[in-house]
Design a protein around this ligand. Structure first.
Ligand code: HEC
Ligand code: HEC
Length: 289
């Protein structure tokens, strides 16, 4: 490369680059810039030695400080959880809703914990607001299959319904039609009868024929008046609130094929205090008994 010429105006050497006659001066870099540049290099080398820096095939360079954001987050979560459990432990003294009502802090705690536990564990089946779906009971009305007292709800949560738990609540609605316990015509008559129990229009002759059948076959569980029985989980058939739907086809399906909804038991999955929080929460949803 030819020796670079000196610019005649500034007296500074040019780089030899020239665009359309405009030449580039070879000014030295400013001192502050060069110093910052060296500091950055030194910093990055120290950083790479101390901290996680380079990706590898299976892992990455961990650095001498063995720093891990992931471990920090996990530790922070564990702390938080431990703190929460200590506070929730206070709920173990709750034996009735009266205990809660006397202690606004405890009430607030269980409502907050209950709401979040409900979202995580129950909403898939009972709906995010507890409104329920066909076969999954609505928990915000004051109609209860198994009872709406604090103790009854707590027991339902602990052991479930028809669940894999020796103390699970069990109630049987048989498949009267499919299993041949009642002839077709009696099933159809009973559909009319059940429809009439909650005030629906129904065939009077069918009702008359079904009345003795209901008394003999159904009243033992649903009561002579059809108002149900909470110790057996037998729904009230007179209130117009249906677990499986109140159209004739729904009632027919119930009588033909039977029903048996499964509510899981939670003692194996949630702590006692979490179950108390949920029972308080559900009790409050349903204008509990
Ligand atoms: C896999 C679906 C499922 C999940 C999850 C579930 N449930 Fe249930 N739950 C049911 C079914 C089905 C029934 C009705 C059982 C029956 O037919 O008697 C029920 C019944 C209940 C009842 C009794 C209602 C009554 O009228 O007596 C309560 C209370 C209840 N669930 C609360 C909860 C809570 C709280 C959770 C969360 C911890 C939960 N459920 C999670 C399916 C579920
Ligand atoms: C051994 C007790 C028992 C007998 C007897 C019985 N039931 Fe039931 N019945 C139940 C239970 C328990 C349920 C709730 C099933 C569930 O929760 O999945 C139920 C549910 C129903 C339902 C559904 C209600 C709803 O809200 O969707 C109807 C309708 C019904 N029974 C009608 C009858 C009729 C009619 C008879 C007589 C032929 C009868 N049951 C006999 C226990 C009984």
């Amino acid at each position: 490369m030819a020796e670079n010429e000196i610019d005649e105006h500034s007296g500074i050497e040019t780089t030899g680059h020239s665009w359309d006659g405009i030449k580039e001066l070879n000014n030295p870099l400013p001192r502050w810039w060069v110093i910052t540049w060296y500091i950055c290099i030194v910093f990055s080398i120290i950083y790479m030695i101390l901290m996680p820096a380079w990706p590898g095939i299976h892992s990455y360079t961990k650095g001498l400080r063995n720093h891990s954001e992931r471990a920090n987050v996990a530790a922070a979560m564990a702390d938080l959880e431990a703190g929460r459990n200590v506070t929730l432990k206070k709920l173990l003294v709750v034996r009735s809703v009266g205990d809660i009502e006397q202690d606004p802090d405890l009430l607030q705690l269980s409502m907050a914990a209950g709401a979040s536990l409900f979202g995580d564990n129950c909403a898939t089946c009972h709906g995010s607001g507890g409104q329920g779906f066909s076969g999954y009971p609505n928990l915000i009305d004051d109609d209860w299959l198994w009872g709406g007292t604090f103790a009854a709800i707590q027991q339902t949560l602990q052991h479930g319904v028809r669940a894999d738990d020796p103390e699970a609540r069990i109630g049987v609605m048989l498949a009267y039609g499919r299993d041949g316990m009642l002839p077709r015509e009696q099933v159809s008559d009973l559909v009319e009868y059940v429809t009439s129990l909650s005030g629906g229009e129904a065939d009077a002759q069918a009702i008359a024929r079904a009345t003795p059948v209901f008394a003999q076959t159904c009243a033992s569980c649903h009561g002579a008046d059809g108002k149900g029985n909470q110790t057996l989980g037998a729904p009230n058939l007179t209130d117009g609130i249906w677990l499986y739907g109140g159209e004739r086809q729904n009632i027919h399906e119930t009588l033909q094929n039977g029903r048996g909804g499964v509510m899981p038991a939670w003692t194996t999955r949630l702590s006692d205090e979490q179950i108390v929080a949920l029972a308080v929460y559900v009790h409050s949803l349903g204008g509990g008994e």
